[in-house]
Design a protein around this ligand. Structure first.
Ligand code: HEC
Length: 131
C-alpha cells in the first residue's frame, strides 16, 4: 500500500518533467525553423561561396584558380549587364554549355526546384544592393 502512495506522485513528477522537456524542444525547434536560412541560402553558402565568395564578390577561397574569375556581383555594372533569366540559365546549364568558363558547374536538378533557383537569383541580386 505504501509503495502505491509513493508511486503515484513519482509518476506525476516524471510526467511533469517529460512535459517540460517536450515543451522546451517544441519551442526550440519552432524558433530555429523561423530563424533558419532558406534552402537557397544554404546552397549558396555550401556550394557557391567557395568560388563566388560569401558576399558574392568573386573572392571565394578557390576563385584565384579560375581564368576568367567569377565576376564581382557587388559591382552595379555587372548587375546591370545580366538579366535574371541569364543568371538562371548559367546556374542550370553551367559555364561549359554557354561558352563560358567550364569551372562554373551545372545544376540541372534545380529545374525541379524553381523556388531554390529563384532564391539563388535573389541572393545574387542582393549582393548588388548591399552598401
Ligand atoms: C568551382 C567554382 C564555382 C562554383 C562552385 C560555382 N561557380 Fe558560378 N561561376 C564560376 C566561374 C569561374 C564563373 C565565370 C564564368 C565566366 O564568366 O566565364 C561563374 C559564373 C557564374 C554566373 C554567371 C555570372 C558571371 O559571373 O559571369 C552565375 C550567375 C553563377 N556563376 C552562379 C553560381 C551559383 C548560384 C553557384 C552555386 C549553386 C555557383 N555559381 C557555383 C565558378 C563557380
Amino acid at each position: 500500500m505504501r509503495s502505491v502512495v509513493i508511486a503515484i506522485p513519482l509518476t506525476l513528477a516524471v510526467l511533469a518533467v517529460l512535459a517540460v522537456v517536450a515543451g522546451g524542444c517544441g519551442k526550440n525547434s519552432s524558433q530555429s525553423a523561423g530563424g533558419q536560412p532558406s534552402q537557397a541560402q544554404v546552397m549558396f553558402d555550401t556550394k557557391c561561396a567557395v568560388c563566388h565568395g560569401v558576399n558574392g564578390a568573386g573572392d571565394g577561397p578557390s576563385a584565384d584558380a579560375f581564368e576568367p574569375r567569377p565576376h564581382n556581383y557587388t559591382d552595379p555594372a555587372w548587375q546591370a549587364s545580366v538579366t535574371d533569366d541569364q543568371i538562371k540559365e548559367i546556374i542550370l546549364k553551367g559555364g561549359v554549355n554557354l561558352g563560358k568558363s567550364p569551372a562554373m558547374p551545372s545544376h540541372t536538378l534545380l529545374r525541379n526546384r524553381p523556388e531554390v533557383l529563384d532564391g539563388l537569383v535573389k541572393i545574387i541580386r542582393g549582393f548588388g544592393k548591399r552598401p
